[in-house]
Design a protein around this ligand. Structure first.
Ligand code: NAI
Ligand code: MG
Length: 372
C-alpha cells in the first residue's frame, strides 16, 4: 500500500528530463508512494488557455505534496500569440502556475538550502552550508500593484506623505505602484519556520536580514517578529543584518551563517547569490511549504536550449527530492540520498557538462542510485 501520494508534475523542457532522474532515485529508495501525473505547463496554456488546469488543482488536493520540474513562461503578448487559433482573442491571460500554487495553497515558506558538496569544482568554497527562508506569499511579490493609479490610492498617498505633492500633476497612467505588505502573522510564521528548522537540523544561528533603518514599518515588523520568536529558542542565537550588507557578508564570510530568514523579494535576490556560491542552478533545490501541503522544485527553469537532450544536471532535482523526503518525515532515506549525492560529486567520475563532465542526466541519476 502506498503511504504517500505525490503529484508528479514534470512541466516543460528539462523539467521532464530531471523528473526522469528523480524517479530513478525514488524507485531505488523504494519509497512507499504513488505518483499520479498532473498536467501543468505550456502545452496546457496553448491548448486550454490555462497552464494549471482545474483538474490539476483537484488532483493536488488528494496528494500529500507535489514534485515539480519546471515551466516555460513568456511575457503576456507573446504568450497570447501562441494560443491555438480557437482560443485566440478570447481574453485568456497567462499567469504563472507556480505563483498561483503558492497563493492557492498558502505555501508561505520558500526554502532554499545552499550546501557545498565537497569536490564540486563550481563551489566558491567547500565548507558552505546555509539555508535561506524566504517568505513566499506577501511582501513585494504579493501581487498588489496599481497602474494606472486609482484616485482613492492617490488620495491615501497624499494624505500619508507630503512628498506626494511632487506627483500631484502626474497623470494616473504615468504612475505605477507596488505595495509591500507584511502582516504580523505572515512575519511570525516565516521566522517560526526558520527557528524550527535551525533547531531540528542543529544550526546554531538564525539571521534575520532586512532593512529596518529605511523600511521602518515593514522590515521593522519582521525584525520584531524575529526577536520575539528568538525568546522561545534560547539555544539559537539571533543575528540581525541589513540585506544589502548581507549580500557582501554571504560572499566574504559565508560560514558565519546558517539559517537566514527574510521577506519575499529580498529572499529571492539573496538566494540567487547563495546558490551561486555552491554551484549555481544545477545544484539549487527549493521547496514551497505550507501547513499541510508542499511543492518541491529545483530553482532552475525549463532551459529550452537543453530540453529533451538529457544533458541537464539533475543534482538540483535530486537535492530537491532529499528536501521532500525530509518534509515527509523519511529522515533515513533523506540522509542516504544526501550521502549518495555527496559521494558521486566527490568521486567526480559521473558529471554533466556544467560541472566538467560528459554524462547524461539519467547516467548521473543512475550513479546516485547505485550508491543507495
Ligand atoms: P533557466 O533556469 O531555464 O536557464 C538558465 C541557464 O542555466 C541556461 O543557460 C540553462 O541552460 C542553464 N541551466 C538551467 N538549469 C540547468 C541544469 N539543470 N543543468 C545545466 N544547466 C542548466 O532560466 P531561463 O533561461 O531564464 O528561462 C527559461 C524558461 O524557464 C523561461 O520560460 C522561464 O520563464 C522559465 N523559468 C521557469 C522557472 C520555474 O519553473 N520555476 C524558473 C525560472 C525560469
Ligand atoms: Mg529568482
Amino acid at each position: 500500500m502506498a503511504k504517500y501520494r505525490i503529484a508528479w508534475m514534470p512541466g516543460d523542457g528539462i523539467g521532464v528530463d530531471v523528473m526522469g532522474a528523480a524517479r530513478i532515485v525514488l524507485d531505488k529508495l523504494a519509497l512507499a508512494a504513488e505518483y499520479p501525473h498532473a498536467d501543468i505547463g505550456w502545452h496546457f496554456w496553448r491548448t486550454e488557455g490555462d497552464p494549471l488546469p482545474p483538474r490539476t488543482l483537484e488532483l493536488l488536493k488528494t496528494c500529500n505534496c507535489a514534485l515539480f520540474g519546471a515551466i516555460t513562461s513568456k511575457p503576456r503578448d507573446e504568450a497570447a500569440a501562441e494560443l491555438i487559433p480557437d482560443l485566440q482573442g478570447q481574453g485568456f491571460e497567462y499567469r504563472s502556475p507556480i505563483v498561483r500554487l503558492r497563493q492557492l495553497f498558502d505555501l508561505y515558506v520558500n526554502l532554499r538550502p545552499c550546501k557545498a558538496y565537497a569536490g564540486n569544482p563550481l563551489n566558491f568554497r567547500d565548507d558552505i552550508d546555509l539555508i535561506v527562508f524566504r517568505e513566499n506569499t506577501e511582501g513585494m511579490y504579493g501581487g498588489v500593484e496599481y497602474h494606472p493609479l486609482p484616485d482613492a490610492l492617490r488620495a491615501a498617498l497624499t494624505a500619508h506623505n507630503l512628498r506626494m505633492d511632487r506627483y500631484k500633476d502626474v497623470p494616473a497612467d504615468e504612475i505605477a505602484v507596488t505595495l509591500r505588505i507584511i502582516t504580523q502573522g505572515g512575519a511570525r510564521r516565516i521566522v517560526r519556520a526558520a527557528f524550527e528548522y535551525a533547531q531540528k537540523f542543529g544550526y546554531p544561528t538564525v539571521t534575520i536580514s532586512e532593512k529596518p533603518n529605511v523600511l521602518r514599518k515593514t522590515s521593522g515588523l519582521m525584525v520584531r517578529a524575529a526577536r520575539a520568536m528568538a525568546q522561545a529558542y534560547p539555544a539559537i542565537t539571533l543575528q540581525e543584518t541589513n540585506i544589502d550588507a548581507q549580500m557582501v557578508l554571504a560572499l566574504r564570510h559565508p560560514t558565519d551563517y546558517g539559517v537566514l530568514v527574510t521577506s519575499n523579494m529580498f529572499g529571492d535576490i539573496l538566494s540567487d547569490l547563495t546558490a551561486e556560491l555552491v554551484g549555481g542552478l544545477g545544484f539549487a533545490p527549493s521547496a514551497n511549504i505550507g501547513d499541510g501541503f508542499a511543492v518541491f522544485e529545483p530553482t532552475h527553469g525549463s532551459a529550452p536550449s537543453l530540453a529533451g537532450q538529457y544533458t541537464a544536471n539533475p543534482m538540483a532535482m535530486l537535492i530537491t527530492v532529499k528536501l521532500m523526503l525530509d518534509w515527509l518525515g523519511e529522515a533515513e532515506k533523506a540522509a542516504a540520498l544526501d550521502a549518495a549525492i555527496a559521494d558521486v560529486i566527490r568521486a567526480g567520475e559521473v558529471r554533466t557538462f556544467d560541472f566538467g563532465g560528459t554524462h547524461t542526466t539519467l547516467e548521473v541519476a543512475a550513479a546516485v542510485a547505485a550508491r543507495l
